[in-house]
Design a protein around this ligand. Sequence first.
Ligand SMILES: [Zn+2]
Length: 414
Amino acid sequence: MISARYRDIGVRMENFQAALPEYVKQAGWSVKKTIPGQNSFMFELKKGFFDKATIKVRGVPQDVYVEVDGSQELMDIAEQALANSCDNPAALVGWKEQAKQQAMELAKGFAGIMQPSMPQAQVPPLQTPAPKPAAPKLEACMHCAAPLTYDPEEVLVICGYCGYINNTTGEQPPRYSMLPVVVNGSQAMEIAKDHAAKGILVTRGMAERADWGSIILRYVPNWAVTVQIEGDVEGKRALIKTKDARSQVAQEVAMQALGGALGGIFGGAGRGAGRAMRDRGERMSVSEAMDVSVVARKAAEFQPDAGAYKIPLDKKEPFRKTGEETLNVEIRAQEALERARSLALQELRSRYTFVSRFSVGAYPVGDSELIYSPWWFIEYRMGGRSFSVIVDACSGSVIAGQRPWLPKGVAKGR
Ligand SMILES: [Zn+2]
């Protein structure tokens, strides 16, 4: 909660009341509820699926108290609306300045600086909210009442009887769907061998002769999140030209995102080398919607190689119970949004070899969707060591290659 008190600026309360919703709407918030009033009013706000906030205002023109239960950004917006709804904006002391002054006064040992009739302006709290008390764990399926068993880490649990996805807090489950198995086990094995053969000093023959061990299918939950990235980047962009179709697509996407200003550079330098890199330092504005997937499991063995996994969203279908083992969700939607933001920024950053300024915001848009994706986990031994490859059973792409076998969570059959 952030609050501030504004004195002697001549607030036109009715103007402020009318202006505030317009300002917050411009910042992407919608007004869910309004409680109007002459000397006090309140707005309940919502943004996307998860963000909620409240703005409360009370007072008289020469002494107004504003309280924001939400982000600092929202307090800035409220203050902007206030500055444009008063007679003497020059006299406005901003909430950050107020907080600073108050901290200094407290430090000096002054007390009682606030009139008792008004709530005390507060130093903005740290951004980490207090952890909520643990909700009682769900013991029976909310759909069919069959008993549920699951690990304490798991937060969305599939009923073994009816296939319903239970939120262990008892709340409604999120939107969810699944992907079909298109690539069968022997096809996945061929894809894995091709992938292994691309390794340094490995030939297809060696890959063929390696000791190919177990292959298992697991449905792995992924959060699909769309992240809007907006801002400016100043630096040197890496252009990597490879024969790999996926890299080319990534490069085209990057070019589109970055304004296509470099169109002429491709095909020039490094042709024939198969791989060419050119640097260019410049300032570019970035505005792009990025689809990001976040694996809803905590263990490292399920995390795809950087940039390797794109959910084939065009193939998704309604979730149904299959005979295959399906992993439960350990990462909640809210946490996935945070990870998706940082993954999107990492992806953007990786398009540059050098960055002198990186002023980019990442904002999740819309609700995230849970997608159960079938992945083949394939083991092989080569040169006395065990490795594993993960192949997407829907798209046939390699999600991760050459990592030590055996993934713990897979080995124990979960
Ligand atoms: Zn059930």
